[in-house]
Write a protein that binds this ligand. Structure first.
Ligand code: IVH
Length: 708
């Protein structure tokens, strides 16, 4: 982090330039965080920039910009959701970092209200949940609207998604006719980890932290995805009301709890600033064991009549403040940089650190992402850490955001040893010495060795025996590592698992005599392997661990092609990435160009293909169940859905159509038989009209398939 020049030393021109720069940085950071759910700087760095901006504006009031970041909350709404104008704006909170700022906050309030220091103002103190805020509107007891904060004035309508969250009541009894309840949507640590495990297994993107996971899950255009993600909700505030909830903040929270909302159990009414601080430290001590992320404690004036009198500054209330926790940071020495090679050949640099405690957890490894990150560049080629590179021997600052893998936040150049050399990212795979190359636009360098690379081969084998793949009892990741280099019974590729028993020599005896094995376990393993010889098409495909081809895609491809021989032939015909077999592949809904290229590439790569064929010759691959299509008017037809479906989700509509023998495609072409267009249909409807493709609405579609 940069050392700012003291404000009193700045010339007007310097202050102006810095304010301009801060406006740019903060606008970008807001967009990364709120619109893209992909923050590029830490929360602590964001707070620091925001604080610096406020201080500069206070010292140079004439320089306050029309687009000042202090007068903005969040970022504009993303496209794709309906917009909702908040009846009462959703604001943000001012921050305090030090204990004495909390005392000043209480003093300021008394002075604003014309009270003496002897007069007490009571507050509530409660955890600041690190999620995203949501405003729920109930009319006559029914949930009618759910809006994200957006830019504070206008948010996104995520009602369909809110309806899938168990903590959010859909009906209330005894509530005011109009009641807007506000609170935080978040994901627990346990649910976050389970989600990322599922994402990894499906080769889907991993979420950086529970907040991003919650945001990504809530802002899904397909509510069935939100439903599959375990989100929770704490109520802590309100917007428009037709009748007051209480005379106090604490009373209002109790009332919300009575109405059926989950409120935070660590909410406490405090009489003095000293009590607030004591509660802050108590919450801070419990932080690591709460099971969800919090990033501070919020203090609010308890009496609502006083809140009204205190009112607001441009975007923050005078009656509340967020007392932030210090970021979880620590300095330590970087002892080495190791390169790990993954299943798809990605070379991932890992920092080996002198062990250090960060926020209560001992950290000795941290991710270094990729070679640009080590050089001090982000994914867009812009500098991070002020462009400082990372060298072995450096003193580095480690931070943990939530429960994710620790990262390196900064480097202390003043402590850099004389012999520290810039890190040379390997151009050859450290495991197999094949060229490691970076494709255009890819931040990751990859080993080109494919299955001749032992690291890739082992990772691929581990994936192959994984729970969602072949799932062979007694043959897990640990066993794979041992078998890979076994002199007597090596397993180098998936097919070797199935020849283990029949290879020349007394294999049962060999296995029995291995360390840790006996008669029973050896017999059991052979039986378990035998058991998996006959297996579903989709599972086999997923097990191959082809980049970009996850579990859902594998099943989809299996359903589309029906049997292995047909599939394999089609991929052969598509080898040149053109022609009708290629077009057919691309027309499958959910198959994009990246996935298609990876799949066709793997099946037409001589060595990989030999390995796949060797495996298939050992198996009976069951055909994908052909849908029952008797009497179906849409069997064999290619259909496309576009626009908003109102009676069912897109996923459900697609599953239904496929069950009736239709092919569901993602794009309209001359081969399309029917386009089902809901409200908001755009370019696809136009294309269908141009091509003369039959176009019907959702009701007509439902009538067509009725009773089937
Ligand atoms: S009160 C007028 N209470 O923090 C102020 N906010 O920086 C209304 N937040 O947008 C907010 N926990 O997303 C409040 N216990 C809590 C909170 C909380 C988290 C978030 C909320 C808000 C942001 C403000």
């Amino acid at each position: 982090m940069t050392q700012d020049k003291s404000i009193s030393e700045l010339s007007t021109a310097e202050a102006k330039a810095e304010l301009e720069n801060l406006a740019k940085l903060l606008t970008q950071a807001n967009a990364d965080y709120h619109t893209k759910d992909a923050p590029q700087i830490s929360d602590a760095e964001y707070d620091r920039l925001k604080q610096r901006n406020l201080e500069l504006e206070a010292a140079f009031p004439s320089l306050v910009r029309a687009d000042s970041p202090s007068s903005k909350v969040g970022a504009p709404v993303a496209d794709g959701f309906g917009k909702i104008t908040h009846a009462v704006p959703m604001l943000s909170l001012g921050n305090a970092f030090e204990d004495d700022e909390v005392v000043q906050f209480a003093d300021r309030i008394r002075s604003f209200l014309g009270m003496s220091n002897a007069e007490a103002v009571a507050f509530t103190a409660e955890p600041k949940i690190d999620g995203l805020s949501l405003s729920l509107r109930y009319e006559n007891g029914k949930l009618t609207q759910a809006a994200t904060r957006g830019d504070g004035a206008t948010g996104e309508n995520v009602l369909a998604n809110a309806l899938t969250i168990a903590d959010i009541p859909q009906e209330l009894t005894g509530a005011p006719d109009i009641l807007e309840v506000r609170g935080e949507v978040y994901m627990s640590h346990a649910d976050f980890e389970a989600l990322n495990t599922r994402q990894a297994a499906a080769e889907d993107r991993l979420f950086a932290n529970p907040r991003n996971a919650a945001a990504g899950s809530l802002r899904q255009l397909d509510a069935s995805i939100t439903k599959s993600r375990p989100l929770r909700f704490f109520a802590y505030a309100w917007g428009e009301l037709s009748a007051p909830l209480s005379e106090t903040q604490s009373g209002a929270i109790e009332r919300l709890a009575e109405l059926g909302f989950v409120t935070n159990p660590l909410t406490k009414r405090c009489e003095t600033a000293t009590e607030l601080l004591a509660h802050y430290h108590l919450i801070e001590e419990q932080r690591a064991t709460l099971g969800y992320d919090i990033d501070g404690v919020v203090y609010k004036v308890d009496r609502l009549d006083l809140q009204t009198r205190l009112g607001f500054r441009s975007t923050t209330p005078r009656w509340a403040i967020a007392h932030k926790f210090p970021a979880e940071l620590a300095w330590t020495r970087l002892e080495a940089i190791d390169i790990q090679v993954g299943r798809t050949g990605a070379l991932s640099p890992v920092a080996r650190l002198h062990p250090v405690t960060v926020g209560g957890v001992v950290v000795s490894n941290a991710t270094l992402h990729n070679e640009d990150y080590i050089r001090g560049l982000d994914s867009k080629g812009e500098t991070i850490r002020d462009g400082k590179d990372i060298r072995v021997g450096d003193w580095v600052q480690v931070y943990r955001a939530g429960d994710v893998i620790p990262k390196i936040a900064d480097v202390d150049l003043s402590k850099r040893p004389d012999d520290a050399q810039p890190f040379e990212f390997p151009q050859l795979c450290p495991e197999c010495q094949s060229d490691a190359i970076r494709e255009e636009g890819d931040a990751v360098r990859r080993c080109t060795g494919g299955i001749i690379c032992p690291a890739q081969a082992i990772e691929k084998l581990k994936h192959f025996v994984g729970r969602k793949a072949f799932d062979i009892e007694g043959l897990g990741a640990k066993q794979i590592e041992l078998f890979y280099d076994d002199p007597d019974l090596p397993i180098r590729q998936p097919a070797d698992i199935f020849t283990l028993e029949s290879r020349d020599g007394a294999n049962l005896t060999k296995l029995k005599n291995r360390k840790g094995w006996g008669d029973q376990s050896a017999t059991n393993l052979f039986a378990a392997i035998q058991d998996k010889r006959s297996i579903a098409f989709g599972r086999v495909l997923f097990s191959l661990g082809i980049r970009h081809v996850g579990e859902a895609a594998s099943n989809m491809l299996a359903n589309h092609y029906g049997n292995w021989a047909e599939f394999e032939a089609a991929l052969g015909h598509a080898a040149a990435f053109k022609g009708s077999a290629w077009d057919d592949l691309l027309a499958i809904d959910g198959v994009g160009e990246v996935m298609a290229r990876s799949l066709v590439g793997a099946f037409n790569h001589p060595r990989e293909r030999a390995s796949i064929d060797a495996l298939i010759s050992q198996l009976q691959v069951a055909d994908a169940a052909k849908p029952k299509t008797e009497g179906s008017p849409v069997a064999g037809k290619t259909v496309v859905f576009t626009g908003t479906l109102e009676k069912m989700t897109r996923a459900e509509a697609k599953a239904r159509a496929e069950a009736l023998g239709a092919k569901v495609s993602g794009s309209v072409s001359a081969k399309t038989d029917i386009l089902i267009a809901g409200p908001g249909a755009g370019s696809k409807a136009k294309k269908a009209t141009d091509l003369g493709v039959k176009m019907i609405d959702e009701d007509a579609w439902l009538a067509l398939i009725e009773g089937l």
